[in-house]
Design a protein around this ligand. Structure first.
Ligand code: IFG
Length: 523
């Protein structure tokens, strides 16, 4: 071969190999394991790489933007070791940075919509409200490898797939309820749970603060409620309670994660702790003993005494003043010790008391047998009839069907802890339902949203909480956020399987359901 030919041949070879060696493998944003599944994802095949020198640029300088920028920097720091500067963006758009911007237009999808645009050069997260921006930050976090959630510095690179995500929720109310009355949980446990809920875009935290076994929130005008009523819990261990300062600390922590706290004072039933604290609250003037069992339906406030309504007004007044959110939950369930002719006027009067303190009332759907005032919501848990009654009264329904959404239900007969009076609820069963198709006469337009509930008769520790809540919670979050038409267990279970690594990185004690092909289990 002539020398020039040789040179041409080797040049050709070099170009070929060079060409081969610098073809970066293509990414596919649409194959990322995001939960809840976003409404629309368009992949562009590149990668954005977070670098040591990357910054978080705020387009606008509101306090909320600053807070979200700082929150994101704090989430990314432990595993990457990067001190990401949070700055107000000028006109320049230096490469390798993240841009957060608020574009407050009158958004059609409620105020949680966001758009996440990822290119090789930059990440741009835009939303019409800070809440929407915060939800988009959770999606952004999920795009990184699971090790991003570890608390210690890890090897990079920190690459995420490029493309555009446009997202917004189906339901405005995606909730979780924690019963701290049967067993008490301290502030740190509640904050840890709030962080876990925020990761899956849950936005409502229903706090079941009082029941037969314990009163858990300090009421300054009725101090014995906690000094006596907070002394114990199911099984007779030391109970506990939140001072108003601690309650406010929890409310603030939740608000920083755009989660609204909804306090519940269950009444007229489920009130033994209050009745045991004040003899005068009892019709016979005698205070019952504190109760450490798990029966229900044996207690009732004295609906015929005026003092009862002063008590409720004082409690609701103090709680409303501590609660920035619009809702206050009045319970109303299982009032088997209250005559129906007393229950009906009682529930009407309590709704008025809540309204007089500037809050909207929510009650378990038992309250539908009374008159429900405009704007009062019913939380469906067991009675189809009550839910239909509530819709007939023009109310919206918060869907918490015990057979699907009670996460104190065992996964199967071998689960400890948990109960199974409603059903055994494995992870697939917890996901395989559509709230808008569950009850005849309760359609999507009648539904406020969905809420998973953890009753704590058998739940004693944070580890118990996490075992019962995960891996079912991401499914409820998706039911509340993503269009029902896009949901199928066979597709979802693969995304959930990939979240096993995230649960591990977050230190969550999750149930290793055999129904899920966990990534770590690959043979
Ligand atoms: N039903 C009771 C709860 C709790 C629960 C345990 C409601 C509304 C059974 N009421 O659910 O207090 O005991 O699964």
């Amino acid at each position: 071969m002539k020398p020039i030919g040789k040179i041409a041949a080797s040049a050709m070879f070099l170009i070929m190999t060079a060409g081969l060696s610098c073809t970066v493998e293509k990414s596919d944003l649409s194959k990322e394991n995001l939960i809840p599944r976003p409404v629309s994802v368009t992949a562009t095949g590149n990668y954005f790489t977070l670098q040591k020198g990357s910054g978080i640029y705020l387009q606008g300088n509101s306090e909320e933007l600053q807070h979200i920028g700082n929150y994101l920097a704090a989430r990314l720091k432990p595993a990457t070791g990067f001190e990401l500067a949070v700055k107000t963006a000028g006109s320049e758009a230096p490469q390798g940075n993240i841009y957060l911007s608020l574009d407050p237009k009158d958004s059609k999808n409620g105020n949680e919509e966001y758009t996440l645009e990822i290119t090789k050069a930059t990440v741009k997260l835009t939303a019409s409200s800070a809440e929407g921006l915060f939800r988009g930050v959770q999606t952004f976090r999920q795009l990184f490898p699971a090790k991003i959630e570890l608390a210690t510095t890890q090897e990079g690179p920190w690459k995420i797939a490029s493309g555009t995500i446009i997202d917004s929720p189906e339901y405005a109310y995606r909730g979780f309820m924690l019963d701290v009355a049967r067993h008490f949980f301290g502030v740190d446990d509640v904050k840890r749970l709030l962080d876990e809920l925020a990761y899956y875009k849950i936005n409502m935290f229903h706090f079941h603060l009082a029941d037969d076994q314990g009163w858990r929130i300090e009421i300054k005008s009725w101090p014995q409620l906690t000094l006596h009523g907070g002394l114990t819990e199911v099984g007779g261990d030391k109970g506990g309670f939140y001072t108003q300062e601690q309650y406010s600390d929890i409310v603030k922590y939740a608000a920083e994660r755009y989660i609204t706290v909804i306090p519940e004072i269950d009444m007229p039933g489920h009130t033994n702790a209050a009745l045991s604290s004040y003899p005068e609250l009892n019709c016979n003037g005698k205070a019952p003993d504190l109760y450490t069992g798990i029966e229900v339906g044996f207690s009732t406030l004295c609906t015929s005494k005026e003092l009862t309504y002063k008590f409720i007004d004082d409690v609701v007044g103090e709680l409303a003043a501590l609660t920035p959110g619009p809702y206050l939950h009045i319970g109303g369930d299982e009032s088997h010790a209250t005559k129906i002719e007393d229950y009906i006027p009682f529930v009407k009067r309590v709704q008025d008391i809540v309204l007089s303190h500037g809050k909207k009332a929510i009650g378990w759907d038992d309250i539908a047998i009374s008159e429900m005032k405009p704007g009062v919501y019913a939380q469906h848990w067991a009675s189809v009839k009550n839910a239909q009654l509530a819709v007939k009264q023009g109310s919206k329904i918060l869907m918490s069907p015990a057979v699907k959404a009670y996460v104190d239900m065992q996964y199967d007969s071998t689960t400890t802890p948990g109960l199974h009076w409603a059903a055994y609820i494995e992870v697939d069963s917890a996901y395989n339902w559509d709230p808008a198709k569950l009850i005849p006469g309760v359609a999507k337009e009648n539904i406020l949203g969905v809420e998973a509930a953890l009753w704590s008769e058998t739940i004693k520790t944070m580890s118990d909480i996490e075992y019962m809540v995960f891996p079912r919670l991401p499914g409820y979050a998706e039911i509340g956020w993503s269009p029902a038409s896009s949901r199928s267990w066979d597709e979802y279970k693969l995304r959930l399987a990939a979240h096993g690594e995230k649960f591990k990185a977050l230190g969550i004690n999750y149930y290793h359901s055999p129904r899920v092909p966990w990534a770590g289990d690959k043979k």
